[in-house]
Design a protein around this ligand. Sequence first.
Ligand SMILES: O=C(O)C1=C[C@@H](OP(=O)(O)O)[C@@H](O)[C@H](O)C1
Ligand SMILES: C=C(OP(=O)(O)O)C(=O)O
Length: 447
Amino acid sequence: MIDYPDRPIDFTLGRQQQVWANIDGYLPSDKSISHRMILFAALARHPVRLRDLNRGKAVTLLLDALQQLGLEVTPGQTPQTLEISGEFAQATHERRVDLGPSSAAARLLIGMLVGLNVPCIVDGDETLRNRPFDWIVEPLNQMGAHLEYLGRPGALPIRIHQAAFRGGAAQIHIGSAQAISTLLFAGVAARKPMSIRYPVVARDHTQRIINSFGDRLQDEQLQIHYQPRDCAIPEEISIPRDPSAIAYPAALFLLCNRHQEQQRLSFDNVCLNPTRLGFFNWLLACGFNLTLEVDSIRHGEPVGRLLLRGGGQPRAHDLRDKHQFHAMIDEVPLALAISCVLPGSATFSDLYELTFKESDRIAATRSMLNALGLDYQVDGYDVRVEGGQVPSVQGAIPTFGDHRLSMTAHVLLLAHGLQATILEGHCYQTSFPGFAQCLDRLTGREA
Ligand SMILES: O=C(O)C1=C[C@@H](OP(=O)(O)O)[C@@H](O)[C@H](O)C1
Ligand SMILES: C=C(OP(=O)(O)O)C(=O)O
């Protein structure tokens, strides 16, 4: 296990903090939209400039994989742009790509390679090898793909054999935007119509982008119909900021300013897709003060400003709605942590899909919180939190290498003026590489 010796959390913040600096320049772009736009750029028949890509490990590994498959990835004319050009190399030998810990990168790439009929072995790190892939492999194979498990059945590594993808009808049984998106990338790449039934609404970036680029896609009543038309991928694509990353500095600000009504902090150019806003709606339901204002639509995605205000007398609040759960799926560990320290109590129901993320986030979040003297009760996939708990450091804080847990631990420590060692703390680099600098800047500690 890697310790976190080079950056101990050694500064006191809490209620004295008066200056909350603007941190827009430190915030990462949306990881989910970055993954999707990279794959659309790879499908384009012309070079595509991607402006403001997320530069975390999960996205960088997808770029590396595409380079191994023959595409060119070059810096653009400004530091914020990257250009993707070229074509997939003819398969003279089978290539093997490794997507590290990122299931979105691995699953969506598998979909695209199936649709393009590009043979490859797709693999990931140990955490990713323990995550389920059967719910993308089975429907893809039913639609003509030939995917083979090289290790444990249902898991990576997976060999993509050459086979003609037919499209057609598929039914997904799991609540996962990645499952839907994987099938759609196969259909878009192969130019095959398809329909997909799914059990619950989750983030719908792929559907929105497909429509905005000119193919036809209907998404109603848990059923998608996709029809290839005139897909025109733009030469330049720009990506808004990631609401799932902004959640951490936002939570820190709101927790520290619960009793300071005059304090304000805003973030611009944020992805405000409603299927991503569950956490901010949950904060509102707790009583925190915030406003969301859409000011433009970009590639089908609402983009705008998030304004936070102090005060609000917040209390812990339930999370029982399946739709809202999926709209905040990556922020649930943070919401559980916040619930522990707010007054009141809360029930979070049916968190099943949290059990196969970078860690089992029901169990791992609890272990992380235990190291901070906090706890909740688990009953199957339901969680009951009694609020009003006071954090106190019990020892080194485990993160299990899960970036969402590391960022949650940082927020709790900072909000309560505590010092601790966060184990594998740097894993925030998976999605938010500038997280530590962002916190330094936010809290006025930057050199
Ligand atoms: O589609 C995506 O980009 C993602 C979807 C979510 O996973 P599921 O769709 O599997 O729930 C989310 O947890 C992940 O961080 C990114
Ligand atoms: C679960 C996550 O991502 P992925 O599923 O792509 O690994 C995440 O970013 O929290």
